[in-house]
Unconditional design. Structure first.
Length: 262
């Protein structure tokens, strides 16, 4: 594992993306903290990726959207639009981010808001053992390794997502319209809608919207200052205005403002 570090004066963030069999389920293992001496709250956007996750709040209270999260282990829901996370000085958090639908396969749950796990719960007991280890480890690289080792020991490494749903995901990323998924999956449109609702809590169309905006975000981060009109054409928007409307609806900002913030 080679954690990616994003250096900022008031915010320390590291993420590692599994490249082995764990990559079937997990898109990232991460840590973040706000140094004590900064003395101010850091607010960061959480862009929707149609995935869910587990967050370990190792310190003081934080908030995600309108939800206050005390110290503990939380299941995070799939969100259809961006939210903000507020981290006061001395905040320390870490987590696991699942691929779309993988969280439901692993956890068997699809919460509508962050759910605090109880220590005496059978499944949560292992996570709280990890939580205690993370609290006693001050190095981010070692925290990521602890989480990685826990995932290898406790999570199935094969994909848990139904094959028709995986085919639908792939088709959408390759530019297929939601109405064309029956041909790819050999399911009726109603069956496809039911599959997306069960595993993600959203329609295929909304999943497509999220992935388009996510592709724009990733491309801007990789290429930097690029022409927005060309970007709109590249990812199948009718024009730049259409991309801006979708971006604002899903990411709660505009492509131009996002570009200037990176």
């Amino acid at each position: 594992m080679n954690p990616k570090v994003k250096p900022e004066p008031d915010f320390e963030f590291q993420i590692s993306r599994p490249e082995d069999e764990l990559s079937n389920l997990v898109q990232g293992i991460w840590t973040a903290q706000v140094p004590d001496e900064k003395g101010r709250t850091v607010v960061k956007p959480l862009y929707s990726d149609a995935g869910s996750g587990i967050i370990f709040n190792l310190g003081c209270n934080i908030s995600i959207g309108d939800e206050n999260l005390p110290s503990g282990v939380f299941l995070l829901p799939v969100k259809k639009v961006a939210q903000s996370i507020s981290l006061p000085a001395s905040a320390k958090i870490a987590g696991i981010r699942f691929h779309p639908a993988a969280g439901y396969g692993v956890l068997g749950d699809k919460p509508s808001k962050p759910i605090l796990l109880e220590r005496d719960d059978t499944f949560a007991s292992g996570l709280y053992h990890l939580f205690d280890e993370l609290k006693h480890q001050t190095q981010s690289e070692q925290q990521i390794k602890l989480i990685f080792d826990w995932c290898i020991a406790n999570l199935a490494t094969e994909s848990l997502i139904p094959t028709p749903l995986e085919k639908a995901f792939s088709a959408i990323l390759c530019g297929a319209a939601p109405g064309q998924l029956s041909e790819e999956t050999k399911l009726s449109q109603r069956q496809i809608e039911r599959l997306f609702n069960t595993w993600l809590g959203m329609t295929p169309k909304h999943y497509q919207r999220i992935q388009r905006v996510r592709q724009v975000i990733q491309t801007v981060r990789e290429r930097g200052d690029i022409d927005l009109a060309e970007l709109a054409v590249e990812f199948g928007f009718s024009d730049q205005a259409h991309m801006t409307r979708e971006f604002k609806s899903i990411a709660a900002t505009t492509p131009g403002k996002f570009m200037s913030s990176e």
